[in-house]
Design a protein around this ligand. Sequence first.
Ligand SMILES: O=C(O)CCC(=O)C(=O)O
Ligand SMILES: [Fe+2]
Length: 284
Amino acid sequence: MLTVQQHSRLGKEVLQNCNLADLTDQQVHQLKQSLWEHGVIVVRKQKLTASQLKEFAIRTFGDSTLGSRLKPPDPGTNPDLQSPGVSILGNPKGLSQEVTGKFAWQWHHDKDHLPKTEGLDMNTLYVVMLYGVEIPPEGTDGNPHTTQFLDMQQVYQNLNPQHRQQLEQLWMYHLSPITPQPGVEIPRKLHPIVSTHKVTGRKGLYLGSDTSILKGLEDKPEEAKDYWHELFGTILNSTPVYAHIWEPGDIVFWDNSQVMHSGIPYDAKKYKRIALRVGVVNNT
Ligand SMILES: O=C(O)CCC(=O)C(=O)O
Ligand SMILES: [Fe+2]
């Protein structure tokens, strides 16, 4: 696996020296165009409250925030870090706290509630904004703290033509990452592996995460997992991984319909991490 810190397409830095809370309509428009074009964009040096982050998400993408249960405010956590619909990833209360967001330490597209939301395709423009408020100096691998991304359009381009054709015929069932309450059935959704981007029309692979099941292997969960890992291994051999090195104040936006990502473990007994997360479906 080749990891790069500069990528030809992903991770474009936009709106230098701007405050997201007071952009013009034209700047908002440009930010979105860059996001569809680049898959992952970064705005640096921000200082927002959780409410301002959410207001920005609503103004920019529409009001359909997803991906967070609406929890009551926590009196033990700084109110500036809290707003309904904004999750806090990490250990904001310090070194003894269990880390929230460990589920993200594997390769995935964020699916959240998409499988149980009627009318949303898996290639819906589902954007996640992650705002690094406090950043550990290193991951458990000793390297700077990063989130990693894979360009799934580049992955598609790098497949050999026979493999591309083969995958064009295949579909996967996608499961919600949330374990349902006993007795509650969350429907799974069927989606073609080759996905066409709703704005740019470019093709890419949509793989969900390793819980996704190739159509035809519904009754063979082990084979389904092996299939997924084998395909993913081929991909990691052919396409570089982009690692975003976090600085406090960074807001990273990614478009789940064209990139996969993975969080990287850090030592929560030594370091604190606070990252605010908003997930939103573009409907403007
Ligand atoms: O914490 C990270 O670096 C990644 C988080 C993630 O996967 C997510 O917020 O969807
Ligand atoms: Fe994620």
